[in-house]
Ligand binder design. Structure first.
Ligand code: FE2
Length: 190
């Protein structure tokens, strides 16, 4: 198994971020890079493709030493989903295996959050979030009988970002830090 596609992605997106582009450029160019990364799936080691019976897994694949990005393998067990949450940084998501369902939410004048759209991400497809383009959503495995995997790229070390989960009915926010499922991050291009 070769980690070359991931290495190439890290090199390309690091070069992009080194130019300190506007967020619109990061999202436009970054989407192309993520699409290239998820155009094949044999590069993801099995250790970062394992679902957990109780909850979805977030395996850190790479964190930039200058905190400009992180790359996470999201592994959904059958029927698993996130609460409604925000990110506070840009994020680009590519489908790798199975299907991921996203429901976006918009804040209402009374403070509650109402679903504003939904879509299904299939292997090779890409979507994005950010405080500028819409940052609050709920994400789920679109399958009730098998795992799904997507690759998430964020504009910071997302596992350390203090952000929020929301009760959509009331808009009540709870602060959280997502962390990672793996204790050790290997060097994938040894
Ligand atoms: Fe998210």
């Amino acid at each position: 198994m070769s980690a070359q596609p991931l290495l190439t992605f890290v090199q390309d997106i690091t070069r992009l971020l080194e130019t300190r582009p506007a967020e619109s450029v990061i999202l436009a160019e970054g989407r192309k890079l993520v699409a290239a990364l998820v155009s094949s799936d044999e590069w993801l080691p099995d250790a970062f493709a394992r679902p957990h019976p109780g909850h979805y897994q977030q395996y850190l694949l790479y964190a930039d030493p200058l905190d400009r990005l992180s790359i996470v393998s999201f592994v959904w067990g059958p029927g698993q989903k996130t609460p409604v949450h925000d990110h506070l940084v840009w994020g680009i998501v590519g489908g790798l295996r199975g299907e991921e369902r996203e429901t976006t939410f918009r804040k209402q004048p009374d403070g509650s959050y109402e679903a504003s759209g939904s879509g299904v991400l299939k292997p090779g497809e890409v979507t994005a979030v950010s405080p500028t383009i819409g940052d609050v959503h709920e994400v789920a495995n679109n399958f009730a009988d098998r795992p799904s995997i997507s690759i998430h790229v964020y504009g910071k070390n997302i596992g350390r970002v203090r952000r929020h989960v929301f009760d959509p009915a009331t808009g009540a926010a709870k602060s959280f830090v997502s962390g990672y499922s793996n204790d050790v991050v290997p060097n994938l291009w040894h």
